[in-house]
Design a protein around this ligand. Structure first.
Ligand SMILES: Cc1cc2nc3c(=O)[nH]c(=O)nc-3n(C[C@H](O)[C@H](O)[C@H](O)COP(=O)(O)OP(=O)(O)OC[C@H]3O[C@@H](n4cnc5c(N)ncnc54)[C@H](O)[C@@H]3O)c2cc1C
Length: 460
């Protein structure tokens, strides 16, 4: 409370709102997507622009307070908030400017992907985003950005042209291939370690409608389907993205009633192109496995596919995440997947295996901070449930599943899908890029003011 009053007193000219304990809207303002995270910041600074961001950083540093930066608030580990510190909430930085001629979109640092995909979709254009529309552009992009368009157009960072950044010392800089190239390199995968990005400029691609949706098989057939999938996907055309998943079919439309609540394995497809080409591209896989329970693939705007999971996963569920990069799925790993997939603890728990090949392999491991360019998939084991009473069960399943499969992994994990797993895990996830990241950190944030993230320690 004292800190909030001090902030109101000292943050002269702050254009947004300052919320703290005792305010009526405090509980709403401090809530993040993962309801398992229950933190109580001293001040939530709703910023309206870069000047507000710089003021909030200066205030926090002057009073030796922790700084958390919130984009979409989706991070599983709760890295968009903190106890007792200052949350720099960017949700007010939500301008979107599409330039159809230049094929670019400039996006405020607090936008969500749904807002961006709808705006670019009006022009038949898109940039690679994620699979849930409420995810923040900020966190997803800075960590890498995997989604339906990865195989065709690369990661979100591969389409990032510029970022406007407020640094720890309050300076405002632009990072691009020509300006502060070291910072630009580090931002592309290094997370929120280097500053607060107030705007992103992305390259756009022609993506009108896509052909997408899920194909589901009984979970009992998962070993057969996963074996066929691992053989098929690496050789499939780049236009075809398809991630393997375990799910329980939600009890409502558009799913046929006879498969409601059935445990399934599936592939969620996205083909950039027409229906005939999509059918031909999927055929080798579909012809090699048993008849599915459901093949719900159809032509739709990219923004519609990108929001297809939104209803199943609203904010406020409990989430526990584990993740790994993998190069292949040997037979023993297939058997373990089949075992854990058939033992999902709750209706919303899931495992996704996202492709990171195709265009994502066009960059070398050292071209950007995101080092696992040679991995074929990023696997995520997510225990999910609305009921806090089930936290122990979802946590256990996720950890047990991860530990069983980790020996078959490439070592590190996608930083955006990790919990708080310690420094060595962060280092393993950046491999050979870690030392360079630590040097860039020492240049732009030598005192580690931005440390509520998968933290890179500044080199001494
Ligand atoms: C349901 C769900 C689905 C997901 N699907 C995908 C997916 O398809 N593909 C994928 O790649 N990832 C996916 N993710 C993971 C997602 O990328 C991370 O959770 C990411 O951190 C979310 O970003 P955010 O801005 O919403 O999070 P926040 O919690 O707001 O922030 C996360 C981290 O990013 C930093 N940050 C955020 N914005 C900025 C900014 N503008 N400047 C500086 N630092 C910033 C924060 O400081 C924090 O460290 C998903 C997550 C969830 C919960």
């Amino acid at each position: 409370m004292t800190t909030l009053l001090t902030a109101r007193d000292e943050l002269v000219g702050f254009g947004g709102s300052l919320i703290g304990p005792g305010d009526d809207d405090y509980d709403g303002a401090r809530a993040v997507y993962n309801a398992m995270i229950d933190r109580r910041p001293a001040v939530i600074a709703h910023c309206t622009g870069p000047e507000d961001v710089a003021r909030a950083i200066a205030f926090a540093r002057e009073h030796d307070l922790l700084i958390a930066v919130r984009g979409g608030g989706h991070n599983g580990a709760g890295l968009g908030t903190c106890d007792d510190g200052v949350v720099i909430d960017l949700s007010g930085l939500n301008d979107i400017e599409v330039d159809p001629q230049a094929r670019t979109v400039r996006v405020g640092g607090g936008c969500t992907w749904g807002e961006v995909d709808r705006a670019t979709g009006e022009h038949g254009l898109a940039t690679p985003s994620g699979i849930i529309s409420t995810t923040g552009v900020g966190g997803l992009t800075l960590g890498g950005g995997l989604g339906h368009l990865t195989r065709k157009f690369g990661l979100s960072i591969d389409n990032l042209l510029e970022a406007d950044v407020v640094l720890a010392d309050g300076r405002r800089v632009r990072a691009s291939a020509d300006e502060h190239p070291d910072l630009f390199w580090a931002l592309r995968g290094g997370g929120g370690n280097f500053g607060v990005v107030t705007s992103f400029l992305f390259r756009l691609h022609e993506v009108g409608t896509v052909v997408g949706g899920p194909t589901f098989w009984p979970v009992e057939q998962s070993a057969e389907v996963l074996t066929a999938y691992r053989e098929f996907l690496p050789g499939a055309p780049r236009e075809l993205n398809g991630f393997f998943a375990f799910h329980t079919v939600p009890p409502g439309p558009p799913f046929p009633e006879e498969i409601h609540l059935r445990e399934v394995c599936g592939i969620v497809w996205c083909y950039v192109g027409g229906e005939d080409d999509a059918t031909a591209a999927m055929a080798p896989l579909l012809d090699s496995v048993p008849e599915p329970l459901m093949h719900g693939v159809q032509s739709m705007p990219h923004a519609q596919l990108q929001s297809a999971f939104d209803g199943l996963y609203p904010a406020g569920d409990q989430w526990y995440w584990r993740a790994d990069f993998i190069n292949d799925v040997p037979d023993d790993a297939v058997r373990l997947h089949a075992r854990f997939g058939a033992a999902m603890p709750t209706m919303k728990s899931t495992m996704h295996m996202y492709p990171v090949d195709g265009a994502a392999h066009d960059a070398a491991p050292s071209d950007t901070a995101w080092s696992y360019r040679d991995a074929r998939w990023a696997t995520v084991f997510a225990g999910v449930d609305p009921d806090p009473a089930n936290v122990a069960a979802i946590r256990k399943w996720s950890i047990d599943y991860h530990e069983a499969l980790h020996p078959y992994s490439a070592g590190g994990a996608y930083v955006n899908m990790m919990m708080d797993e310690g420094r060595e895990r962060v280092r393993a996830s950046y491999r050979g890029n870690y030392e360079r990241l630590a040097r860039v950190k020492a240049t732009y944030d030598p005192t580690n003011a931005f440390r509520v993230n998968q933290n890179i320690q500044p080199s001494s």
